[in-house]
Design a protein around this ligand. Structure first.
Ligand code: NAP
Length: 255
């Protein structure tokens, strides 16, 4: 039996790539598509919906979400409340929202995945960065994305920072008396280190973590050159969440 998948945000850059991936896998079936401004009623016979409420009672197993930070939380709640295991790539969740959604998934005994990054290389970068921060506590994160991205810093940068915070001995970096001559020059502050967000046309999703110590430096970098890089992780997520009964945060929890 194939896994029936709803794709929310199917007209977007990530959603359309996910639609092609699901269509190309005979173990998966596109059950429904959701986008608030879609004008077509179906795509190759698959029904298109403009509002999520019309999907109440719909027969599907998984809710893939690549929409917008502003609706990600509501969409994920809606999926869990209606029996669809969410696989969410949309970024912009707060820590409290993730905790609430994990509790809701528990209550509903539904699997789910919220992954700020579905690229395997990015997962490895996060793990390597956390490991390195134990020995190199002075670091800065630079994330680089296309100029249509709505949130900053990226979900990947936040997740990387959270993993680093777990192992790095806390310290406030930089000169105690440093002054920003232009607001924001030193980037966003997280647990005493800085995160910088670059937005440029032509970029997809990239991240560097730069470590500095007396007399040596270390730079870790990952590049997603194409949105196809995320699809192996989305595919794995869809196939894993249907076997589980609790939502997890981070693709590494399923690897
Ligand atoms: P995008 O091209 O702007 O696509 C978002 C799509 O969602 C648009 O077609 C938008 O429609 C639609 N949408 C907006 N509100 C919706 C709703 N309530 N229900 C259903 N669809 C809705 O953006 P993108 O580049 O694909 O990125 C989407 C999200 O994925 C972002 O949060 C981004 O940061 C994240 N992302 C995650 C990963 C990962 O690996 N986890 C990788 C890349 C991107 P309109 O344009 O008509 O408003």
């Amino acid at each position: 039996m194939s896994i029936k998948v709803i794709i929310a945000g199917f007209k977007g850059r990530m959603g359309s790539t996910a639609l092609d991936m699901v269509k190309g896998d005979s173990d998966l079936e596109v059950a429904a598509l959701l986008d608030p401004f879609a004008t077509e009623k179906d795509v190759d016979g698959v029904p298109v919906f403009n509002q999520k409420e019309d999907l109440v009672g719909f027969d599907a197993d998984v809710w893939v979400d690549f929409t917008m930070p502003a609706v990600a939380y509501e969409n994920t709640r809606f999926a869990l409340e209606n029996g669809f295991a969410p696989v969410v790539g949309t970024t912009g969740f707060t820590e409290e929202q993730i905790i609430e959604l994990i509790a809701l998934s528990d209550e509903k005994s539904l699997g789910g995945l919220i992954a700020p990054n579905f690229a395997i290389g990015a997962i490895l970068l996060m793990e390597f960065a956390a490991k390195a921060s134990k020995y190199f506590p002075d670091l800065e994160i630079i994330e680089l994305h296309h100029d249509k991205k709505k949130d900053a810093p990226s979900g990947t940068a936040i997740k990387t920072a959270e993993l680093i915070r777990e192992v790095r001995e806390h310290k406030v970096q930089g000169a105690a008396d440093e002054k920003e001559l232009i607001n924001g020059a030193r980037g966003a502050e997280f647990d005493g280190f800085r995160i910088h967000s670059v937005r440029l046309p032509g970029l997809v999703a990239h991240q560097e973590v730069i470590f500095g110590a007396q007399g040596e430096g270390l730079t870790l970098r990952h590049d997603s050159y194409d949105r196809v890089s995320f699809m192996r992780g989305v595919n794995l997520g869809i196939k894993e969440v249907v076997k589980r009964d609790q939502l997890v945060y981070g693709l590494e929890k399923l690897l």
